[in-house]
Design a protein around this ligand. Structure first.
Ligand SMILES: NC(=O)c1ccc[n+]([C@@H]2O[C@H](COP(=O)([O-])OP(=O)(O)OC[C@H]3O[C@@H](n4cnc5c(N)ncnc54)[C@H](O)[C@@H]3O)[C@@H](O)[C@H]2O)c1
Length: 293
């Protein structure tokens, strides 16, 4: 028998957290969506509302199903409303110190049988599990962006993750209608171990003047048949998240090939984080994206 999950808490209502809330509600789970402020939670709910409305307009969701799914998502500022969840998925910013604090605070309020998962893109599951009171009930459940559209979820066990937790995670991913790949707990797992060095190399290509933003993106779209260019993709992921992942790879594998490009660092220092701040390698404030270099 696998552990039954009925109610899911999500910490972080940003681009990933609201996407996870969307797919969980659409799969008939009760959902609590939490963030640090009312504004952040409201903005996450507004994104879900807009995305579901678009799905209705395209005939991919009935209006009835949209209403029911939205009703299943309850907002929460802070962690108190997560106490009776069966599974809590942490999807706050990609900063280990912030995630550690969230997990410690969460364990203080969460029922003892509940599972905890993290949507981290790169940080050690084993290390995050070790700050909780339940490393055997802790998993990496790594969704892809945008969550409602992307089929893959990476499942990552920490060294102490128990079989029941692993099985329940597989059943959860299946119920969402998604497919999982199992990755071992090494920095950035599978997808980002391969994807982020390519994106970082694209930023070096820009930094060294080998090509412009448009030349690089067109080259990889039309020459390597990628659906979007690497710099456009970086803006989509969030440049702060890209930088954090490169830092985890660089620190965790101690290989200079993972050195974050200084230009990526500069964009993050400027607060140009990509689509979520309206500016990154492209400026999104006008009618169509304009390259910033
Ligand atoms: N962006 C991607 O493509 C992508 C893909 C897969 C996984 N991830 C991972 O998902 C996580 C979230 O990334 P995102 O792209 O949604 O970032 P985001 O910047 O869009 O959202 C992060 C959210 O976390 C909230 N937050 C910050 N501190 C918090 C705290 N102490 N408690 C609760 N909430 C807090 C912020 O207010 C914000 O709403 C990261 O771990 C990231 O690595 C990102």
């Amino acid at each position: 028998m696998t552990f039954e999950i009925k109610k899911i808490g999500i910490i972080g209502a940003g681009q990933m957290g609201n996407g996870i809330a969307h797919v969980c509600a659409a799969a008939d789970y009760e959902v609590v969506l939490s963030d640090v402020s009312e504004d952040r939670v409201r903005s996450g709910l507004a994104t879900i509302t807009g995305n579901m409305a678009r799905m209705v307009a395209r005939g991919k969701l009935s209006d009835e199903a949209r209403k029911t799914a939205l009703d299943r998502i309850k907002p929460s500022v802070g962690l108190a409303r997560l106490a009776d969840c069966d599974l809590v998925i942490e999807s706050a910013v990609e900063k280990e110190d912030i995630k550690r604090k969230i997990l410690v605070d969460l364990c203080a309020v969460l029922g003892p049988r509940a599972m905890i998962a993290t949507n981290t893109s790169s940080i050690s599951i084993t290390r995050l599990a070790a700050v909780t009171d339940r490393p055997e009930r802790f998993m990496g459940i790594h969704f892809m962006n945008p969550v409602p559209l992307m089929e893959l979820v990476e499942l990552v066990r920490g060294i102490a993750t128990g079989e029941e937790t692993f099985e329940a995670s597989k059943a959860f991913v299946r119920r969402l209608g998604k497919t999982y790949s199992v990755a071992e707990d090494f920095p950035a797992f599978i997808v980002n171990r391969i994807l982020l060095p390519m994106i970082n190399e694209a930023v070096y290509t820009l930094y060294e003047g080998v090509g412009t933003v448009e030349a690089i993106d067109n080259a990889m779209r039309l020459g390597a048949n990628h659906p979007m260019g690497p710099l456009q993709l970086a803006d989509f992921i969030g440049l702060d998240t890209c930088l954090s992942i490169m830092q985890v790879l660089h620190d965790g594998l101690a290989d200079s090939k993972y050195r974050p490009c200084p230009l990526l660092v500069k964009y993050v220092e400027a607060g140009w984080l990509g689509r979520k701040t309206q500016r990154g390698f492209y400026d999104y404030r006008g009618e169509k994206p304009v390259p910033t270099r």
